[in-house]
Design a binder for this molecule. Sequence first.
Ligand SMILES: C[S@@+](CC[C@H](N)C(=O)[O-])C[C@H]1O[C@@H](n2cnc3c(N)ncnc32)[C@H](O)[C@@H]1O
Length: 441
Amino acid sequence: MIKKKNIRSPGRAKPRPASPPRLVEVEITAIGARGDGVARLGDDQVFVPFTLPGDKVVARIEGKRGDGLAAALVEVTEAGSGRVAPPCPHYRRCGGCSLQHLDDDLYATWKRDLLVTQLARQGLGDIAFGDMLRVPPGSRRRAVFAVHRSKGATHLGYNARASHTIVDLDDCLLLERPIAAFLAPLRSILTETVPAGEDGDVTVTLTENGLDVLVEMDARLDLFDREKLAAFADATDLARLSWRRPGSGFVEPIARRKPALVRFAEMPIEPPPGNFLQPTQGGEQAIAKLVAEAVGAAKSVADLYCGCGSFSLPLTRSGAHVHAVEGDEAPIRVLEAAANQAGLKLTTEVRDLARRPLLAHELKKYQAVVFDPPRAGAQAQAEQLAEAGPAVVVAVSCNPATLARDLAILVKAGYRVETVTPIDQFPYSPHLEALAVLRRG
Ligand SMILES: C[S@@+](CC[C@H](N)C(=O)[O-])C[C@H]1O[C@@H](n2cnc3c(N)ncnc32)[C@H](O)[C@@H]1O
């Protein structure tokens, strides 16, 4: 494990005199929203990662967390039922999959309950839930890896839990196999081309013509580096290799060997390098299917936060007039090109929907509205939708808390939540997507 530079500047704070570690013995009674076991210690709640209900553990108190205490697991002295052997050798070191010690029933119930709890907090207790849709390990088609070049080595992997420390990976069981197999050659080429001391990220996406790779690093490339990188793209048969210096809008194409194609309902699109895509193809198809079913026969549809059009393109092809809105221009241009190529007509708009949501009078012409915002949710947009009142609203979200908040705005305005479907595209983690269908009246 290696820490990225500039994360903690040495000398900024004087080292405190070491106080003896405070070890406690507690029994875990629940798993919290961030995936940590929860126990009581006097009047305090204690959060102990990598535990589950029924575990008796020795934990080391590390400090305050919210209105409770954060602790590190020292030892499980008695295991609760439902504890299984974690399948990944990086478990506990890597920050990615903190729930591998749960058996499948316990995991699935806890994950679904994340959504139930958030909805109940907003007074949405009486809701029909669809079965949780799940993707298998090994199906993740897009991943972002952290990189640090130290003097003797290149550290490449995911961040450790709540830290910028990089856990070096040679595999990850969640990844599509071609991405996992690419980690070793990627590490080698970064060692050859990036000077020691540099940090950055690499986004790797599996497309139907091979991997699409975007390196985001401050390192300046000279002609020799570019040639080496282009030869690497040939040797590893990449679809595309691009480089961006952080903070720069300019993406430098290093090699574009084949179109970096993915398909939305069989229609080819070539997303901009590093662009958002649903993390798994199966997840994307399942969500698009639920969206289409909910929209039904609506003839006019607004698709807000549309990205490259994973919902817009299929909806347009099935006969709806779609207005696709997105804050970033590049995916909108890709969507337009894909629609043209498929002979489909839709309208598009580049617009910051957090600052300038579609207003109620603009929304009135749509029979159905779909929104799929980032984690912060779509509060301002939900307020306008509540006022406009389209017959159907479909909310897709990767954050149960902001989803629940946005749904509550619509329910208060007279919508009925027809169904909420949990979608687990992030196995073993506390991240959960969901799709809610709301109808007027
Ligand atoms: C969760 S992604 C969904 C994309 C798309 N629906 C899909 O399935 O691929 C959220 C999208 O919202 C866009 N976005 C983020 N902030 C935005 C804003 N303030 N206004 C409009 N779009 C925004 C992002 O660029 C991204 O494409």
